[in-house]
Design a binder for this molecule. Sequence first.
Ligand SMILES: Cc1cc2nc3c(=O)[nH]c(=O)nc-3n(C[C@H](O)[C@H](O)[C@H](O)COP(=O)(O)OP(=O)(O)OC[C@H]3O[C@@H](n4cnc5c(N)ncnc54)[C@H](O)[C@@H]3O)c2cc1C
Ligand code: SF4
Length: 504
Amino acid sequence: MGKPTGFLEFEREASKYRSIDERKKDYQEVEQKYSKEQTHEQAARCMDCGIPFCHNGCPLGNIIPEFNDAVYEENWKQAYEILASTNNFPEFTGRICPAPCESSCVLGINKPPVAIEYIEKSIIERAYEEGWVVASPPSVRTGKNIAVVGSGPAGMAASAQLNKAGHTVTLFERADQIGGLVRYGIPDFKLNKDIIDRRIAVMEEEGVIFKTNTNVGVDITSEQLERDFDAVVLTGGSTVPRDLNIPGRELKGVHFAMEFLSQQNKRVADTKGIKVDFSVDHQGAKYQNGDLSAKGKNVVVIGGGDTGSDCVGTSNRHGAKAIYQIEIMPMPPKERAESTPWPMWPMQLRTSTSHKEGCDRDWQINTKEFVGDENGNLKALKLVNIEWVKDNGRMTMKEIPGTEKEVPCELALLAAGFLHPQQEGLLNDLGVEYDQRGNINAPKYQTSNEKIFAAGDMRRGQSLVVWAISEGREAARAVDQYLMGESFLEAKAVSMISPSYLGV
Ligand SMILES: Cc1cc2nc3c(=O)[nH]c(=O)nc-3n(C[C@H](O)[C@H](O)[C@H](O)COP(=O)(O)OP(=O)(O)OC[C@H]3O[C@@H](n4cnc5c(N)ncnc54)[C@H](O)[C@@H]3O)c2cc1C
Ligand code: SF4
C-alpha cells in the first residue's frame, strides 16, 4: 500500500479549475493540468483497505488500490500499465466519469474519498507525456473481418480489443468525425477533442480501419454487412431523443439539446482548422435549422441531467441573457439519500462546473406550452409547479393550482434524455430483437442473430462513457470467443478481494 498514515495526514484535493471569469470566455477545458506532487499525495491517501469496494464500484473493474500504490511508489509506468489493462481510454474517464468508484471508496465512509478520477487522469496524461502510449499492433492476424457500427466509446473500445486479438476491424461512423457523443455531445470545455484524435492516431497505427460518413443500413446494406464480415458489433448509441409534444412545439426556437451542442463542437473544431460539415447534424443527417445561438437570449433548458448542464455551460459561453434549467422530478437531497447508502451510487444533488458558471435551477416544474409571437418565433414558456403523489401505489404528477406562470424564452433546449436506438433501417433490416425499453436485446452481447453483437447505449440504454467502454470490451470478448472458440482478451475482474490482500 501507499503511506499507511496518508489518509490521516492529507486532505482530499481533486481537480482544480480555471476561474469562472476566465473559462467562460473560451471553450478550453475547465480543469487545470494535473500536478505530479498533488497526485503523489492523493495516492498516499489510499488505505489499501483489503476489500476495495472502489474496484467493484468502477464498471470497468479498474484495479484502483494497485495503481494508487504504484503512483505513491513513483512507479508511474507500472501505474499506467495497471490502468491500461482494464481501461482503453482513461483519458476520457479521467475527465468526465462521474466516478462511482469514489462513492464506494471505504475511506468515504467517514472522510472524503480518495480522488481516484484525478489520479487516473494524472496517470494517463503522464503516460502520454513520457511516450508510453504507443501503438502495439497484434503480431498475428486471424484472417477474420469484423465490422463495428458506431464510433462512440463502446465502438472504439470494441475495435481496440478485437484488433488486439488479431482480427481485422473496420469501424464505421455515419457522422463526419469519430467519437460518438464524446465528439459531438460532450462539450470541448469538459473534454478537448484533441484527446480523441490523439487516441485515434494510436488505434490507426495498430491497424483499426476508420470509415466516417458511412451510414450503415443505407450506404452499406444489412445484407452486405452480413456477407462481407465474419461478425458485426452494433454500437450505434441511444439516438432517439425524448420529445415534448405540447402546443407550440413547432415554433422557431425550440430545439433538441443535441442540435445545439453538436453545432458548437463543430464550431470549435472549425476554429482549429478541422474540416467539419455544418450541413449535416451529429448523426450525418441533413441539417435544416440553421445556426443556433444563445447570445442575448433567455434560454430555458428542459431537463436536469448531464446534457442539460452542458447546455447551460454552452449558453453561458455564447453570452445568453439569462439561463433557467428546469426539471420535472423533485430536487435530490444535498447529502447522500438514505435509500442509497454507502457503497451504492448515491442519489444526491449534483452541481456541475457549468452550473457554477451561472444559471437558475428549479425542480418539480412541468412545461405546458411553448408560446410564440405572430412570426412563429418562441417568446415564452408556460410552466406550472407540480407535486408527486402516491395514487394506487404509483407516484403520479399533480399540478399545484395557482402556480401557472409564463417565463420569457427565445431558446428552449430539450434535454430530457433518449428513448432507445433508432430501430428503423439497419436494426429492423438485421431483424434483431428488442427489450421492453426498445434497446437491442443481447443479454450476453450476442443478439438473436448469432453473427451480430451489440454494446453500449444501444444495448443498455442511455448511460455513461465508462459503461460504454466496459460494454465494448465485454462484447469484443464475446465476439472473439464466438469466432475462435476461446478468448485471451482480459475478462472484467469481478472479485471483491484485492489481489494485494491475498498476497498475490
Ligand atoms: C450531451 C451529453 C453529455 C454527456 N456527458 C457525459 C458525461 O459527462 N459523462 C459520461 O460518462 N457520460 C456522458 N454522456 C453519456 C455518454 O456520452 C454516452 O453514454 C456514451 O457516449 C455512449 O457511448 P456509445 O458508444 O454507446 O454511443 P454513442 O457515443 O452515442 O456513439 C454512437 C455512434 O454511432 C453512430 N451511428 C449510429 N447508427 C449508425 C449507423 N447506422 N451507421 C454508422 N454509424 C452509426 C452515431 O452517429 C454515433 O456517433 C453524455 C451524453 C450526452 C448526450
Ligand atoms: S473509470 Fe470512472 S468509476 Fe472507474 S476508476 Fe475511473 S473514475 Fe472511477
